[in-house]
Write a protein that binds this ligand. Structure first.
Ligand code: AGP
Length: 607
């Protein structure tokens, strides 16, 4: 996902822009650049690679530039390989832009402009927008922008500067998020508040189709008919330290460590008189009683939290739950009706696949509940109901605390649905909630006991491939464990239903192949341990994640990982921590870029 920043004010802006871009590095990128007004000209400095090695080195050799207005960009390539020429900002001497999103009709626009005599240097879709702005330029930037966006299709957040208007930055948004930050005698644009929180906590959310004309004294908003729009200021409810490592080696480790607090912050405000409380989003018991099916839709870890939700909701509430990978949901013609509830899970609230699933659910007329971490994000605003996970900003590309609180929400929803449908009585519901409130302390003890995970990691780093196995909730959880390892250590792994191994996959087991078994469900322990013996007898090295009160003697486990005891139903919230830390330490031992894994972005805003 690309990152956009911009500054207009009285300070020198080059370092401000670069610093803001560095705060967006967590989004994933392959090149970066800035464009500033210097000596009445637009000066663009950009480079492939990381900011420190690319852009900053380029500025050292070419700059510095005296400038108080400019835009900046981190690029996650969609059209055109990572290269200097394909980096943003892109434009010519008259207009220059930064873009996050995809222009779907860029080929048609490019043909039109080529016929008008325009040449193209880059392979990007963005360049067609820059050149179309130039072609439409009338001397009035607002008219130029309105005319241009009428001819482009797709998703975009644009930061735009015009040479003849050097005290202005313009911003326009369709689908991809963009905010306008409000300072004292200075204004900003940014893809998210993380980029500018050290300068200001106040910002405006740019809505679909809105255009912002920004000077150092303030901002004017317009719709595509040039009608002025009044907007409310938003205030970020966290400070800059939350978006910094705070002494940890990586954001991922910091965010794993924050999980007990994130759980408390998310759960406690949703407990009223000992019961799960969804009144903040008007999800009433009457509604919960009427739904025929509950769909849970998300991507990656968010989808994995949904799978835990399926097991818990169906076991407690006996309500049919269908979990869909968001990118499949839209294309499989789901049997969704207006009598169903669709729960949309997303940390960023900007994942394109998930947004598309939400749109389908809304179009069909189903009730939609978004469980989102980023306040004011697109999914939060487009769902009929929204509940925010209050985990604070999750900077590491690898989701940990966001998954934790998403899964926690699944439990609260399961308890409430079961109670609303009279599957459990109030006393039972309150007991489940009370035990849930004890989970943060159990998570804390897992976080405190990291040596055993480091030992396991030292065994895994030489593996070519490994299996995660489990049954029931343990199988649901093993999917998340496998994804963590893959995405940050680049070691292939696969989660597999333990009982299914013997139907083919067990042929993969050979001498020394690691198998991580999860066994927290008492009623399935014996069966999972027999699967452990099956793989052990074929030469596997077995890591077993189980409760400390479980008897695993005689199973030949090489690396037991013991967990504090909680109700079986709640154990995924505890057992996920070792899986996160095993992946983390494996990636560290392999000297991987833990917070910015190759090929990945924090939020994938393209389908
Ligand atoms: C998980 O570690 C990954 N970062 C990825 O699978 C992520 O969960 C997925 O892309 C969904 O992102 P979202 O929650 O922001 O929608």
């Amino acid at each position: 996902m690309c990152g956009i920043v911009g500054y207009v004010g009285e300070k020198q802006c080059t370092d401000i822009l670069v610093g803001a871009l560095q705060k967006l590095e967590y989004r994933g990128y392959d090149s970066a650049g800035i464009a500033v007004f210097s000596n009445d000209r637009i000066k663009t400095i950009k480079a492939k690679g990381k900011i420190a090695e690319g852009l900053i080195e380029r500025l050292k050799s070419e700059g510095p530039y005296a400038a108080t207005t400019g835009i900046g960009h981190t690029r996650w390539a969609t059209h055109g390989e990572p290269s200097d020429i394909n980096s943003h900002p892109i434009g010519n001497g008259r207009v220059c832009i930064v873009h996050n999103g995809i222009i779907e009709n860029y080929r048609k626009v490019k043909e039109f402009l080529t016929d008008k005599g325009y040449g193209f240097e880059s392979e990007t879709d963005t360049e067609t927008v820059a050149k179309l702005l130039d072609y439409n330029y009338s001397g009035n930037p607002l008219d130029t922008i309105i005319k241009t966006i009428a001819d482009i299709e797709g998703a975009y957040a644009l930061g735009i500067i015009f040479r003849e208007h050097k005290e202005h930055i313009y911003a326009v948004r369709k689908e991809s998020p963009l905010i306008v930050g409000k300072g004292e005698g200075e204004m900003f644009i940014a893809s998210d508040v993380t980029a500018i929180i050290e300068h200001t906590k106040e910002y405006y959310l740019l809505e679909q189709g809105e255009i912002a004309d920004i000077t150092k004294d303030g901002v004017k908003f317009y719709d595509v008919h040039k009608n002025p729009i009044e907007k409310e200021i938003q205030v970020a409810d966290w400070d800059v330290s939350a978006a910094e490592k705070g002494g940890y080696a990586h954001f991922m480790l910091k965010e794993i460590t924050e999980q007990p607090t994130a759980l408390k912050n998310t759960i406690h405000p949703r407990i009223k008189d000992g019961m799960p409380d969804f009144t903040e989003c008007c999800l009433t018991d009457d509604k919960l009683r009427k739904y025929h099916h509950i769909y849970i839709v998300g991507c990656g870890s968010a989808m994995h939290a949904g799978i835990v939700g399926k097991y818990v909701i169906e076991s407690l509430a006996r309500t049919p739950v269908i979990v869909d990978i968001a990118s499949e949901f839209k294309y499989r013609s789901p049997l969704l009706t207006p009598d169903d509830l669709v729960v949309i899970i997303s940390q960023s609230g900007e994942t394109a696949d998930t947004k598309a699933a939400l749109k389908l659910a809304n179009d069909i007329g189903a009730d939609t509940l978004a469980i989102v971490n980023v306040v004011g994000s697109s999914i939060a605003r487009e769902a009929k109901m929204v509940m925010y996970t209050l985990a604070g900003p999750e900077i590491s590309v690898c989701s940990t605390k966001a998954y934790m609180v998403q899964a926690a929400f699944m439990y609260l929803l399961a308890f409430r649905v079961a109670y609303a449908r009279s599957r459990i009585d109030e006393a039972t519901c309150k007991q489940l909630v009370a035990e849930m409130l004890e989970i943060p302390a159990k998570v804390q003890s897992c976080v405190d006991n990291q040596e055993q995970y480091q030992k396991v990691a030292s065994r895994l780093i030489s593996a070519d491939s490994l299996l995660y196995i489990g049954r029931g909730l343990d199988y649901a959880l093993s999917m998340e464990g496998s994804l963590k390892l893959k995405e940050i250590s680049y070691i292939h792994s696969e989660s597999y239903a333990a009982g299914e191994l013997k139907h083919g996959t067990i042929s993969l087991i050979d001498e020394g192949m690691p198998v991580i078994a999860v066994a927290t469900q008492g009623n399935l322990l014996d069966k999972t341990l027999s699967n452990v013996k099956e793989v052990k007898s074929r030469g596997a090295t077995v890591v077993l994640v189980c409760k400390e009160d479980m008897d695993i003697s005689g199973c030949g486990v090489d690396y037991p990982v013991y967990l504090p005891v909680a109700r079986d139903l709640l154990m995924p919230l505890v057992a996920v921590v070792p899986l996160q830390l095993i992946a983390y330490y494996t990636a560290v031992l392999k000297n991987c870029d833990v917070d910015h894994p190759r090929n990945l972005a924090k939020s994938v805003t393209v389908e």
